[in-house]
Design a protein around this ligand. Structure first.
Ligand code: AMP
Ligand code: GLY
Length: 432
């Protein structure tokens, strides 16, 4: 099969690595990709949101399947565009319809959906400019802390956890009246704070059938001990020891099944991955959020644990045959450490030469996935983003996987490189 993969992060390098390792992949193109995908596939300089250019490319290059990595093209309707295309409507596109992508694109939509289909989540109300005063009154009745969420996509910054009523009232004003997040905060969801430990569960679906992939835990803050600013993700661990069979069964019964059935009842086409951000409160799952794609860096820890053919999985999703796909996963542990540019998630420089890297590098102990990297005209690999590399260590347990990830991380450097040294420590402390 000729496959076109969209995106340019560590997640997409991990997808590319799985796809090219399948005997069912003839040729893989990545739009636009990074230096890592360039070493195993063919990068093409097309934006994932330039649907017309992607369609022309697909026709010229006899593309058999498109895999969408990030949420932006999905929220902008890439799947509907191809489904309605005069010649490409049969091309499987792995990623939900624009209506389905609202599960991530609109917090208000996803909360209404969860309420309608009895998916456990935090109690909430939604407010607009017109109902600002009611919003203030609602805040005053809430116990602390109070969670405020911009309705739309806000580059991961749209969630505020307010420790006082005054702070929540000021934040509501900034969001609704001063357009703090532009149009994304025209509506604001105010919700109850959930206690517990977070984890992410990933589901592959063809719209009717589903497979639950290995779960992962993400490390969102820049600083060790989960301090400092939020980032796209600084590390990941899979599996998560407290997500035992009993817990995952609850997630399946209370969240996965009602979600897939709800989408069907609403006539919302959903072929793709669903990322369920959960809080485990005393053994019970509560949904924090849905994302309509795989997580980054969770994908870099989850995909190496999938043993069955990955292209077959994607094709089964795209052709409604997921019930006949046998998902096989490995029992080992993967831990991912993200190496970022100095200054990230604030201002940072690009174009730093990365030393100690072999672009083809992967062993039984570790794999180096590229995120923000590019190849210079003279063939050097340069930093090209905030999150630069995602290094996954594999092992029999968390400790050995971490040792392999950190050993590899220590071999790579550039001016300003930073990474957290405490990925997985909280889990190690918990299971001690
Ligand atoms: P999101 O942008 O929806 O991923 O939210 C960012 C982070 O805010 C989540 O990963 C949680 O750590 C936290 N968060 C969001 N909603 C809640 C909630 N209702 N209770 C506690 N923490 C939350
Ligand atoms: N790592 C969190 C996300 O991909 O949204």
């Amino acid at each position: 099969m000729n496959i076109l993969l969209l995106g340019s992060g560590g997640r997409e390098h991990a997808f590319a690595w799985k796809i090219v390792n399948s005997p069912n992949c003839k040729q893989l193109f990545v739009a636009p990709g990074n230096a890592g995908t360039a070493s195993i596939a063919q990068n093409i300089a097309i934006s994932p949101t330039d649907f017309n250019a992607l369609a022309d490319f697909s026709i010229e290059n006899h593309i058999d399947m498109i895999m969408v990595g990030p949420e932006e093209p999905l929220v902008k309707g890439i799947t509907d565009f191809f489904d309605n295309h005069p010649t490409l409507h049969h091309l499987p596109v792995i990623g939900p319809s624009q209506a389905g992508a609202q599960l991530e694109g609109s917090k208000d939509f996803s909360k209404q959906f969860m309420q309608k289909y009895s998916v456990p989540t935090a109690a909430y109300e939604t407010f607009t400019k017109e109902t600002f005063e009611e919003g203030l009154a609602f805040i005053r009745k809430q116990s602390l802390p109070i969670v405020l969420k911009a309705d739309g996509l806000a580059a991961g910054k749209g969630v505020l956890i307010c420790q006082s009523h005054d702070e929540a009232e000021d934040s509501l004003k900034e969001m609704l009246l001063d357009s703090k997040f532009g149009k994304a905060s025209d509506k604001v969801v105010i919700e109850q704070f959930l206690k517990g430990i977070e984890l992410s569960v990933f589901v592959a679906t063809d719209g009717s059938h589903y497979k639950i992939l290995p779960e992962a835990k993400d490390y969102k803050r820049i600083g060790e001990g989960d301090t400092g600013l939020n980032t796209g993700g600084m590390g990941a661990v899979s599996p998560v020891p407290f997500a035992d069979e009993e817990f995952i069964k609850k997630v399946e019964e209370r969240v996965v099944i009602p979600t897939i059935q709800g989408l069907k009842k609403e006539n919302i086409p959903y072929v793709g991955f669903l990322f369920i951000g959960l809080m485990n409160d005393a053994g019970n799952p509560y949904v924090i959020e849905y994302n309509v794609r795989m997580g980054d860096p969770e994908t870099e820890a989850v995909l190496p644990r999938i043993k069955s053919d990955f292209v077959d999985l994607l094709y089964a999703m795209g052709t409604g045959k997921l019930d006949s796909y046998l998902l096989e996963t490995a029992s080992n542990t993967c831990t991912t450490v993200v190496l970022v540019a100095g200054g990230y998630p604030g201002d940072y420089e690009k174009g730093k030469k990365i030393i100690g890297l072999d672009p083809h590098e992967s062993s039984s102990k570790s794999i180096v996935f590229h995120a923000g990297t590019k190849i210079s005209d003279s063939g050097e690999i340069l930093t090209n983003g905030g999150r630069v590399l995602a290094i996954t260590g594999m092992g029999e347990d968390i400790a050995s996987a971490l040792e392999n990830a950190y050993t590899k991380a220590a071999e790579v450097c550039w001016d300003g490189v930073y990474y957290r040294k405490d990925i997985g420590q909280d889990i190690l402390n918990l299971i001690k």
